[in-house]
Unconditional design. Structure first.
Length: 393
């Protein structure tokens, strides 16, 4: 008999969710992680991630989001940790922008509660914001933020309580099919066998999943925190929403209210505007030119925000060419399930992806709609984006 029912390699957001769901179902689970619990060396850190349902990336994601919201609430109740907060959120840009048109298409298709605000109404509701006259916003009351570090630790704690064997500072180095079925996994400390292997590699996807046929890109992205000039109260979570803003003349930006009090500042970053890197080559410094560029961008949409730069924190996005996730059984290995390419918009899905991975590893299928995420069933990026615009018209 194999030593474990399932081995999960990588215990960031998705891997910690997988070990939680698997252990809660009574399976013998081994989790392997190259760093410590809740580390800041991948893409599951930075204090906050946006969550929203009116999804401009594609209406196909909405059923998964509705389930993720349920599971976040359950995780908060079961763990006693504050992992999700709803502040409301706005998707801002010209009406034809992907940010606005895609969000509106998803809201209409799934009957999600939303409001459309013109520039004057957006300024009236949220005086910190400075839209141009031709910009509009989709407002969603159920948008907000999740806490990545707390989410990971909550899932790891619950997995341990349900009997999972978690090994930190022990990454998977290699794996191979085992004689008689299942897999054999090697680490620097030894070998383990299991009936199934789940690989959730984050930015290590290009190395560990090179045989998938997906061209992963690892990007260095910088998150910035500024102390607003003037009245901080206007940026507090009960008055200020999360936002994704697509200016006509520049890159998308996203940001948060001041969720950690006066000394925490308000977080803002460019959306998908990083430089290619590898985990080993990641530049962890934040440079003056990057701060200046972010301050100019922030000042364009929220003039009071870039008062004083407090800090910055690089992280790594792992993305696919069409920006959709990869979640599937490995096309060449029925004992292996893979989940990767989430960065840029993935953390809000963490608990439902854990549920899906537990399904795939134990039954080979799932009731959740995941055909979009199979590496061999993917639409080209241009076709996906064209489809989003057509649905919004």
């Amino acid at each position: 008999m194999p030593g474990y029912d399932v081995i999960v390699a990588g215990l960031g957001g998705m891997g910690s969710a997988a070990v939680h769901h698997l252990a809660a179902r009574g399976h013998r689970v081994l989790g392997l992680e190259r760093f410590g619990p809740g580390h800041d060396r991948g893409a599951s850190h930075g204090g906050s991630r946006i969550t929203r349902q009116s999804y401009f990336e594609g209406a196909e994601y909405v059923p998964l989001l509705l389930r993720a919201y349920e599971l976040y609430d359950r995780l908060a109740a079961d763990s006693g940790r504050d992992v999700i907060t709803l502040t409301g959120g706005v998707m801002v840009g010209r009406p034809e922008s992907r940010t606005v048109s895609g969000a509106l298409a998803s809201a209409r298709q799934w009957g999600l509660e939303h409001e459309m605000l013109d520039a004057a109404e957006l300024r009236r509701r949220f005086p910190t914001m400075a839209p141009t006259p031709d910009e509009v916003a989709l407002y969603e009351a159920k948008a907000g933020f999740v806490r990545p570090e707390r989410t990971v630790l909550a899932q790891l704690d619950l997995a341990t309580k349900h009997g999972a064997d978690l090994r930190f500072h022990e990454p998977m180095e290699s794996w191979e099919p085992a004689a008689g079925g299942g897999v054999r996994v090697r680490t620097a400390s030894g070998e383990y066998t299991a009936g199934q292997l789940v690989i959730t590699p984050g930015p290590w996807a290009p190395r560990l999943l090179a045989d998938l046929g997906v061209r992963f890109r690892i990007e260095r992205q910088v998150q910035h925190w500024f102390r607003p000039r003037g009245d901080l109260d206007a940026f507090l979570p009960d008055r200020h929403p999360i936002y994704i803003w697509e200016p006509a003349e520049g890159s998308q930006m996203y940001g948060f209210p001041a969720i950690d009090g006066p000394d925490g500042g308000a977080k803002i970053a460019f959306f998908r505007r990083g430089t290619e890197t590898t985990p080993e080559a990641l530049d962890t410094s934040v440079h003056p030119a990057e701060i200046d560029e972010m301050a100019r961008g922030a000042g364009r949409i929220l003039p009071d925000l870039p008062g004083e730069w407090l800090r910055g924190e690089p992280c790594m996005y792992s993305t696919t060419p069409d920006e959709h996730f990869v979640i599937s059984r490995h096309p060449a290995h029925e004992a292996v399930t893979v989940a990767c390419g989430f960065s840029g918009h993935g953390f809000k899905f963490v608990p439902v992806v854990g549920e899906i991975l537990a399904d795939l590893a134990t039954t080979g299928t799932t009731a959740h709609p995941i055909d979009l995420f199979h590496p061999q069933l993917r639409l080209p990026a241009a076709e996906n984006r064209r489809k989003t615009v057509v649905e919004a018209e």
